[in-house]
Ligand binder design. Structure first.
Ligand code: SF4
Ligand code: SF4
Length: 429
């Protein structure tokens, strides 16, 4: 729910969508012809990849990239691989896109069912990296130099507006979350597990066996940095992340997926997400990871016209995608369709120094000054002198900007460019 105030009188009140507890089960959509799986590895034609075009795959089968890489995906359908190609996502992310044509008869791969008897950390890392809700890599520090994780925070709340994925998990999958919590304790040895919940789902969250803490219903209270500050009483310094403070965040959906994997002996394949239509209505959907957005739109009679916009994620932090073939991924929490007439106007007007963004920024960043350096491409100065890395990526600055500047996107671009420079310097060294 968005209530925009008169700019300058009070700050806008942005409330998270509170799940209606009488909500029916999500609508289940099946992929009509194909799925596309994004394997988190830069594709290189010279690599000796362990699967080929024409290979037949079963549902639940692990597809590893190469002998020298830990990267893999889990096939969410039975079918034939029809394409393997590089895919460039936004902000420089690069994947290997594997397209599988769906067969009529489904065959289930049995490999995981032989591993489930005694859950251990290797089984989770080697089989469940592609589960609905996304398994956070930071939960398992890769080097001894990384600080140990001492607290796990389960997000039973949703990170953007109009989204109810994690709330729904807390409400209807309490037993799976409870089993997932038990497994997490067993394989990590971490006893300090907290679940953050909205007020109206506190009792449901309590089923998990984790310590329940309540999060304010006003956006952006459920972003990890603010949960760290407001719920755990720890401030994450600029340039650091929650794992650096010994805290790993995991979605309630991912915890439920771990629980289900070990009780049912099969890797979960269905991602829950909200379809936010042009009229602002939001519907909870369940579809196999890899299902193209076009199948979802067809199932709900949503027509895309020229210049309409498709967004993956919520209205404050989502990213535009340019093809209906784009697939549902393990961390897709929403698909939003904006009518061309309702797309927020973005301008190249200059900053008028009104200070609205500074007043609303939860990280107290001097955005009115920062934005001048970002516009000039002076990213290092922006980071060194004007707190670029304190940004927690809530998007509120863009939302309130009187000049309609895409401030949030400038910030994301600057962080990406600086990250690219740092990586290139490290490689050259
Ligand atoms: S996105 Fe904008 S408002 Fe939000 S923390 Fe970053 S600079 Fe501040
Ligand atoms: S960036 Fe936008 S909101 Fe911030 S001071 Fe400039 S005009 Fe005002």
């Amino acid at each position: 729910m968005i209530k925009r105030s008169f700019i300058g009188l009070t700050k806008p009140l942005l409330k998270y969508e509170a799940l209606d507890v009488s909500t029916p089960e999500p609508s289940v959509i099946q992929p009509s012809k194909k799925v596309t799986l994004f394997l988190d590895k830069v594709f290189d034609f010279k690599d000796k990849i362990l699967f080929n075009i024409g290979d037949k795959v079963k549902t639940g089968q692990k597809l590893s990239y190469s002998e020298n890489s830990d990267a893999y995906v889990i096939s969410t359908v039975t079918g034939t691989i029809s394409s393997i190609a590089p895919f460039n996502a936004d902000y420089g992310k690069t994947y290997t896109a594997i397209t599988i044509d769906v067969s009529e008869n489904e065959e289930i791969d049995e490999q995981f069912s032989t591993l489930v008897k005694e859950p251990d950390i290797d089984t989770v890392k080697d089989s469940l990296a592609f589960i609905p809700g996304n398994l956070p890599a930071g939960l398992f520090p890769s080097t001894d130099a990384s600080p140990p994780i001492e607290t796990i925070v389960i997000s039973g709340v949703d990170c953007d507006l109009f989204i109810t994925t994690n709330q729904n998990t807390v409400l209807v999958d309490g037993q799976a979350v409870k089993h997932g919590v038990k497994i997490l304790k067993q394989i990590t040895g971490i006893d300090n597990i907290i679940i953050v919940s909205s007020d109206h789902l506190m009792q449901d969250a309590g089923i998990s066996g984790a310590e329940v803490r309540v999060v304010d219903p006003e956006y952006p209270a459920s972003l990890p940095h603010l949960i760290m500050r407001d719920v755990l009483g720890q401030v994450v310094p600029a340039g650091k992340n929650c794992e650096d403070m010994g805290v790993s965040f995991i979605s309630a959906e991912a915890v439920a997926s771990i629980g289900k994997a070990f009780t049912e002996g099969q890797i979960p394949l269905y991602k829950h997400f909200n379809l936010i239509k042009k009229d602002g209505s939001s519907t909870l959907i369940s579809a196999r990871i890899g299902t193209p957005i076009s199948d979802i739109l067809n199932a709900f009679d949503v027509t895309l016209n020229e210049k309409d916009r498709l967004i993956i994620g919520g209205p404050m932090t989502g990213s535009t995608v340019y093809s209906e073939d784009f697939p549902i991924q393990p961390d897709t929490d929403a698909i939003m369709v904006q009518d061309r007439g309702n797309i927020p106007f973005v301008s190249d007007y200059p900053c008028i120094n009104c200070g609205e963004c500074v007043r609303i920024c939860p990280a107290s960043i001097p955005i009115n000054v920062l934005v001048r350096f970002l516009e000039a491409g002076q990213y290092e100065e922006a980071a060194d002198q004007y707190d670029l890395y304190s940004c927690i990526e809530c998007g509120l600055c863009s939302f309130v900007c009187v000049s309609k500047m895409p401030v949030f996107h400038y910030i994301k671009l600057a962080k990406y460019e600086l990250g690219r420079i740092t990586t290139a310097e490290a490689t050259n060294a």
